[in-house]
Design a binder for this molecule. Structure first.
Ligand SMILES: Nc1ncnc2c1ncn2[C@@H]1O[C@H](COP(=O)(O)OP(=O)(O)OP(=O)(O)O)[C@@H](O)[C@H]1O
Ligand SMILES: Nc1ccn([C@@H]2O[C@H](COP(=O)(O)O)[C@@H](O)[C@H]2O)c(=O)n1
Length: 211
């Protein structure tokens, strides 16, 4: 037996960093569900209509990950993510991924609330607005994007507002999620804190703890 781990939170809170590290330490598969919405958003920037599920998944697989990380793609992703038909088209793929044998870690905005409401572990990862903006600014500048800290902060604020306000699957913590504020945590501390929560779930379900 193995676990399904759902990690949600606002943009640049560090959930992907934690999710990837957990998947690596546990030998689970990892799905960054934001990439699905980014792929759909990118296609709309290219003048195409929002896609059906199969096309979205292909777009996420074939698109160059760095291109999907661009700030205009993030905004487009957040706009298409507010469309119920786009979300509906992506549900089955995400749920099937979570159910496959061998354990899975998924991160996004609605994993613990809508995609995997029965997940064994739910984390809701946050950090202060200033810390998130600083982290994303560093990341984008490091990849050669020409952005200012103020632009990055405005982008995050607009996406968070839209993601939390939409009617379908808004960004919110599941009532049973463990909240983690990573504002003052190093990456190592954040990963160890998440691993401790996973360790509790493994013991609860009679499985051996993470080594
Ligand atoms: N605890 C931390 N301390 C310092 N930097 C961090 C920490 N956690 C993550 N980062 C850095 O912050 C940036 C954003 O992290 P990450 O991509 O994990 O966020 P995210 O919540 O998955 O964002 P998004 O939803 O936009 O994909 C990355 O550059 C990452 O290396
Ligand atoms: N489960 C999810 C995942 C993402 N979104 C939307 O996609 C945008 C980009 O996501 P990142 O995690 O890559 O930043 C995000 O702002 C959301 O609008 C979503 O709705 N549900």
């Amino acid at each position: 037996m193995s676990l399904t781990i759902a990690i949600d939170g606002p943009a640049a809170s560090g959930k992907g960093t934690i999710a990837r590290a957990l998947a690596e330490r546990l030998g689970y598969r990892y799905l960054d569900t934001g990439l699905l919405y980014r792929a759909v958003g990118r296609r709309t920037l290219q003048g195409m209509a929002p896609l059906d599920a199969a096309e979205a998944l292909t777009a996420a697989e074939v698109a160059d990950a760095d291109a999907l990380r661009a700030p205009d793609v993030a905004q487009a992703a957040s706009r298409v993510a507010a469309m119920p038909e786009v979300r509906a088209a992506l549900v089955d793929f995400q749920r099937a991924f979570a159910r496959r044998m061998g354990g899975a870690v998924l991160d996004g905005r609605d994993i613990g609330t809508v995609i995997c409401p029965d997940a064994d572990v739910k984390l809701f990862v946050t950090a202060s607005d200033a810390v998130r903006a600083e982290r994303r600014f560093k990341e984008l500048s490091g990849k050669g994007h020409s952005v200012t800290l103020a632009e990055v902060a405005a982008d995050l604020a607009e996406r968070d507002r839209r993601d939390a306000a939409r009617a379908t699957a808004p960004l919110t913590a599941a009532p049973d999620a463990v909240r983690m504020d990573t504002s003052t945590m190093s990456i190592e501390t954040a990963v160890e804190t998440a691993l401790a929560v996973v360790g509790d779930a493994l013991r609860r379900t009679g499985q051996s703890a993470v080594s």
